[in-house]
Design a protein around this ligand. Structure first.
Ligand SMILES: O=c1ccn([C@@H]2O[C@@H]3COP(=O)(O)O[C@H]3[C@H]2O)c(=O)[nH]1
Ligand SMILES: [Zn+2]
Ligand SMILES: [Zn+2]
Length: 245
């Protein structure tokens, strides 16, 4: 069964040419939004969609380009569409998301006093595959992004790896390809500079060519066009384009 992917945005956190790196993943009858950053509401609008077209949202980690649009999502769902959005999130992130990201704007005495008042919350445990829909099964994989902050990549239907934000982990990629049947890798890339909290292009270029051929690059800076043709066997995901995975 194939899935449909449409990147709301393919940009790095502070990109201005691209929206935040947030993704629509669909199986024909269910649409998941992977991360909901500051620009997600506008990006969705420009695709002619609304939050009401979504069935669920999943959060990979707590950075503004991945959660900054959740307040608008929650208020729109509550006051415009009169329903709660299903929220998939790692158990380790749920309290952080409410207490340190959403509570200030969303809380209203008597109306919204906890995350569950704003979302239909489904917590996930890393390493435990969870069936999100008829055709989408997804597993959280803890990754290394910011020291001391929880962050997760996704492994979807036993074949698609979605990095979210992470530093280079060649051992993980090798294991997924060799032992778990991974054939598609959607991977963030920092095009230049040392990889302190992200994966650099030069690090990804060190991977074997057969693995590179599985990689589509995302979460990139505004100067991406200058790197077209310089990414080995890897290619860039384009914002707004429709892909079948
Ligand atoms: O130790 C740090 C922490 C953060 N940052 C920047 O803040 C951004 C937050 O979103 P992001 O994770 O997409 O990218 C991060 C980087 O651009 C950094 O350069 N070094
Ligand atoms: Zn990011
Ligand atoms: Zn991040």
């Amino acid at each position: 069964m194939s899935l449909q992917l449409q990147m709301l945005g393919t940009g790095s956190a502070f990109a201005k040419k691209y929206f935040n790196n947030n993704a629509l993943l669909g199986d024909g009858s269910f649409t998941l939004l992977i991360d909901c950053g500051i620009t997600a509401p506008l990006a969705l609008h420009q695709l002619g969609k609304t939050f009401n077209d979504l069935d669920a949202v999943l959060i990979t980690h707590i950075h503004g380009d991945h959660v900054g649009g959740l307040e608008e999502l929650a208020f729109k769902m509550k006051y415009a569409y009169r329903r709660k959005m299903k929220l998939f999130i790692a158990e380790a992130l749920r309290d952080v998301l409410w207490e340190h990201t959403l509570k200030g704007g969303l809380s209203q005495p008597g109306e919204i006093t906890c995350l569950e008042d704003a979302f239909d919350v489904h917590t996930l445990q890393p390493g435990v595959p969870c069936r999100l829909s008829e055709q989408i099964e997804l597993e959280l994989i803890p990754n290394r992004h910011i020291p001391g902050k929880d962050s997760f990549s996704l492994y979807i239907n036993g074949r698609i790896f979605y990095s979210a934000d992470m530093t280079f982990d060649p051992g993980l990629l090798d294991k997924l390809v060799r032992e778990r049947g991974c054939d598609t890798i959607l991977h963030e890339v920092q095009l230049e500079g040392p990889g302190e909290v992200h994966t650099t292009l030069s690090e990804l270029l060190s991977l074997p060519e057969p693995v590179q051929r599985m990689i589509r690059l995302m979460h990139y800076a505004d100067n991406k066009d200058g790197f077209v043709g310089k990414t080995g066997e890897m290619t860039f995901l384009e914002q707004g384009h429709l892909y079948t995975l």
